[in-house]
Design a protein around this ligand. Sequence first.
Ligand SMILES: *Cc1c(COP(=O)(O)O)cnc(C)c1O
Length: 351
Amino acid sequence: MEWEKNVRKVVPYTPGEQPADRNVIKLNTNENPYPPAPGVAAELALLDAGQMRLYPAFPEQTQLAEALAEYYGITREQLFIGVGSDDVLALAFMTFFQSERPIFFPDITYSFYDVWADLYRIPYEKKALDEQFRIRSEDYEQPNGGVIFPNPNAPTGVLMNLEQVKDIVAANRDVVVIVDEAYIDFGGVSCLPLIRKYDNLLVVQTFSKSRSLAGMRIGYAMGHPKLIGYLNDVKYSVNSYTMNYAALRIGAEAVRDVDYFHECCDRIIQTRERAKKELGGLGFTFPESYGNFIFASHERLSAEEIFRQLKANDIYVRYWKKERINNHLRITIGTDEQMEALYRVLRQICG
Ligand SMILES: *Cc1c(COP(=O)(O)O)cnc(C)c1O
């Protein structure tokens, strides 16, 4: 068709499969197996449908921002909130990666980065992880148009220490460095304190994993007020009312219940550490993971075969038929019961 020559053509990101059958054991999209904080359900019951006639504004907007600012010990001017961190990251790509030089990110990483780069026509260069799937920080010290990486990295779970993150930020003062901390609450140390010293650092986090609210779509970025200002200018040039009333009210409740949050993260960490032992015993190897998932490959069986057999048993994990990682499975940490069911089936497959 004639009009097709004027279409912006993109290859979209493919998320993990969302099976229609809710009874399967779903360990393929790194969702949290536990419900959100009890205050979330209570707040949901209090929502006033009459309010939904209005555009979301004060006081809801301020409640979520204030709860986050208080929790992280930052000011409202250092905080940006968006519709999941995918929204925040997409806006950040659009805002900060305007150089002619390529942006840098790891060759094995969140597979949305090259999608956004292609969408916005941003040149990029992938930097190979080493044999142990570690980011080599020296690779990021050449001239570039910006840097982005998750810490811990996805889908490997490998955590970079704070010193190394700082080296990358310090070596790139003339561009913006985005650290995607989607999984930082499962045992990593956030680089957030560095935003006071480095005005080129943007730290992005999400409610989707550690706060059990993937369905609500809440993400946020923290950085120097000037960075946040530029991000807001772009956001308000696309859609000035992205967060909805319900998400704003519920999100604030999820942040306020600090004890529940820590308890939930601790449970997942404990289950993960047990999973390392179990999977190790079944012949799997994996890099040390600091996420709510393990990136494992088997000594004998192909990942694709295990993936197929698990699926036949109604257990969904994530598999990519991609260079360098096509013999690995990313297994999300579920509840202890879900994990026991996984080990039972794996014993049959691998035994
Ligand atoms: C899950 C994930 C995100 C996006 O999460 P949202 O649900 O959009 O907040 C961003 N980065 C990484 C590395 C992720 O794994």
